[in-house]
Design a protein around this ligand. Structure first.
Ligand code: IVH
Length: 673
């Protein structure tokens, strides 16, 4: 009898596995949902009656009950490299030349071209055909274990199919690939989140990466994650070609992207890249380029890698995605400093994962330079991600009666006359009591990077200002005395008010440099605030300092020192600071790191787009370890940390022979300290 049960259990598992494969990998379901559910129910019942027969690769074990408390470090068997980027045909020809120069003369080189999936990379370790661990890329050497979350993805096999050929030893290997969301699934998820009032994801990539780091696998299981595998790694087997490896991955039951091409030479590679770029719009998932890999694994080994990228592969990045739409109107928005900026109100259009209906036009000069007019057909682009910009006007489609726009004479919010300082491009509203400025100051104060008051966003601030609960940021800390008034507001329940008041109290722990930044002194961004806080150590010191003292601080120029003096000579501001002090905010710094580290007294310049952390976070780290961060490259610079699309600063660093670090190398240094 037990034997029979064991047999039936294995039979059910096999059937469920096969159907998961057909449904999630091949997209060709062969039985009805009802039949499938019956199989799962029967298996669940038998396993419940015979718990000793449960194995980790059973389809019932995809969704774990336990929360992941911490994502443990996992060392990759072979480092997970990243790819150098190319943007033009010339750069691809260059890559090909370097590949051929790196190989014995006369060797033929074939390439495989694959789509570059815009998701989150993972490495799956299988031992004896069973999924053992799944890990993020991390810094390339050590990633984080996300097995419980990855197991919930139905296109990830928990148990592999057998290969027909017995040639390959695959007892312990890693399959690498990209976890992603289809665009339509991502849009649906965001729509649901919008209805629930939850924060929206910026694009499918962030949505996938964010989901993989959730602590509850049950929530992950409900998210529409998917996977494509593109690399086979093993220390115990010599493989022949990338082309063949993709076939092996497919045969093992993995989801392998179909859009790959074997190319005999670089001309064929170019054709394949162009073909993929054309196909891009029709794909169900986002790709941001093509990956070109030397096909022969033997040749890959000869070529090896430099720093963190292989010499045998390269990414060819596609141009930023563009969309066309009509610019219905140009409106003017008043910021916290009174600067009045033009905003393009657009006919809603979909671009790279989100619907865009507004884009900043920066300033009036920009409108004149690009000759942007109301009613124009415009070209939009999303650089990197998130913030859309109007890159050009389709002049051929311009309406005959269109006229150039003029900047407003009066503030669109409070009506006061606008002025334009001579050496600036912006127009300003001079009325510090303008409701738009009041709201802007409060928003800036509460924002992440400043006091970081969770829950106090734009909508609530608008409401509180209109109800006269808030006027200056010191009022935020008095909100606790009017809890009843807050709870009485329709939209706010007792619970959300309590949460808000807790995060307001929590914000009092923010360090001095954040408080100084939050004050919103003109020209004092996060970086300048940090430098001032580091130098003067307390607000009292800073308030007593002369303009000259302030401008002596490294990299603090005359406009900042002038604006700081202005701010502190205003009675109103002094009163607010006094109230904030009474509320217990931090107005002095703790001592700087005294431990000697690699970073001690070294000057860093950060440039380009960093992907793993923000520039702010990187600066904070450097400073907390005793280093300095400067905004311009000079002979005194010790290191330049260069992200993607780094420009003139990187060129200057190279010409001065300054050490340049990429993100991975920087992370390595942090680890070594
Ligand atoms: S191969 C050494 N192939 O792009 C080879 N990567 O920086 C490295 N990616 O981290 C990876 N699609 O997350 C490879 N078909 C593909 C890819 C791909 C997307 C990602 C991967 C990697 C990054 C490159």
């Amino acid at each position: 009898m037990p034997d029979k049960i064991e047999k039936r259990i294995e039979e059910l598992r096999e059937k469920i596995r096969e159907n998961d494969y057909k449904y999630y990998v091949l997209s060709e379901p062969s039985i009805s949902d009802f039949e499938y559910d019956m199989l799962v129910k029967e298996l669940e019942k038998l396993e419940a009656e015979n718990p000793h027969l449960i194995t980790p690769d059973s389809p019932t074990q995809r969704v774990g009950k336990d929360l992941t408390k911490e994502f443990k470090p996992v060392t990759h068997k072979v480092p997970m490299l990243s790819l150098a980027n190319t943007y033009s045909e010339e750069e691809l020809f260059d890559f090909d030349r370097k590949v051929r120069n790196g190989l014995p003369s006369g060797e033929k080189v074939e390439y495989v071209v694959e789509p570059k999936i815009d998701g989150a990379s993972v490495s799956l370790n299988y031992v004896n055909g069973i999924l053992k661990t799944a890990a993020t890329r991390g810094d390339g050497t050590v990633g984080e274990e996300i097995t419980a979350n990855v197991k919930t993805i139905k296109s990830v096999p928990l148990k592999l199919k057998k290969l027909k050929s017995l040639k390959y030893k695959l007892n312990d290997f890693e399959a690498r690939g990209e976890i992603f969301m289809k665009v339509k699934d991502f849009l649906k998820l965001n729509k649901e989140r919008e209805e629930l009032g939850e924060k929206l994801f910026a694009n499918p990539r962030n949505s996938s990466a964010g989901t993989l780091k959730l602590q509850d696998p049950k929530v992950v299981a409900k998210r529409p994650l998917n996977i494509f595998l593109y690399m086979l790694v093993s220390n115990e087997e010599e493989f022949e070609t990338q082309f063949n490896n993709l076939k092996i991955l497919k045969e093992l039951g993995f989801n392998v992207n179909k859009e790959y091409t074997l190319c005999k030479n670089i001309d064929e590679v170019l054709d394949a890249c162009r073909h993929l770029e054309e196909k891009r719009e029709t794909l169900e998932y986002e790709i941001d380029g093509a990956v070109i890999k030397v096909n022969s694994i033997r040749q890959q080994k000869i070529l090896g890698s430099i720093a963190k990228s292989p010499r045998w592969a390269v990414a060819f990045k596609f141009k930023a995605k563009q969309a066309f739409t009509t610019l219905n109107k140009i409106t003017w928005q008043v910021g916290r400093t009174g600067a009045v900026t033009p905003v393009a109100e657009l006919e809603p259009v979909f671009l790279s994962g989100s619907t865009i209906s507004r884009a900043t036009l920066h300033n009036f000069d920009e409108i004149t330079r690009k000759d942007i007019r109301e009613g124009d057909k415009v070209v939009l682009e999303k650089g990197g991600d998130v913030i859309p910009k109007v890159v050009a006007v389709v002049l051929g489609d311009r309406k005959k009666n269109s006229k150039p726009v003029k900047p407003p004479d009066n503030c669109p919010v409070c009506g006061s006359k606008l002025y334009k300082p001579e050496n600036e491009v912006a127009y300003y509203c001079d009325n510090t009591e303008c409701p738009a400025q009041i709201k802007g100051r409060l928003e800036h104060f509460a924002a992440r990077g400043a006091m970081d008051i969770e829950g106090l966003g734009e909508a609530l601030i608008d409401l509180f200002v209109e109800k006269d609960f808030l006027h200056t940021y010191a009022d935020i800390y008095d909100l606790k005395n009017r809890k009843d008034d807050l709870v009485a507001i329709d939209r706010l329940g007792e619970k959300s008010v309590t949460n808000l008041l807790t995060s307001i109290e929590e914000s009092k722990k923010q360090p001095f440099e954040k408080v100084l930044f939050a004050l919103g002194i003109r020209y004092v961004g996060a970086g300048a605030a940090r430098k001032l806080a580091d130098h003067f150590l307390s607000i009292d010191n800073l308030m007593q300092a002369s303009e000259e003292d302030i401008s002596k601080v490294h990299e603090i120029g005359p406009s900042i020192s002038n604006s700081v003096r202005d701010f502190f000579s205003n009675e109103k501001n002094l009163k607010i600071i006094k109230r904030l002090k009474d509320h217990g905010l931090n107005f002095s710094s703790r001592k700087k790191s005294t431990v000697n580290s690699f970073f001690t007294n070294k000057t860093f310049v950060l440039t380009g787009t960093l992907l793993k952390f923000s520039r702010d976070e990187a600066s904070e780290k450097i400073i907390s370890l005793g280093g300095k961060v400067s905004s311009s490259v000079s002979k005194k610079t010790d290191y330049v940390l260069a992200g993607e699309n780094a420009g003139s600063k990187l060129d200057k660093a190279k010409s001065l022979g300054i050490n340049v670090l990429n993100e991975e190398e920087f992370l390595e240094l942090l680890k070594e300290k």
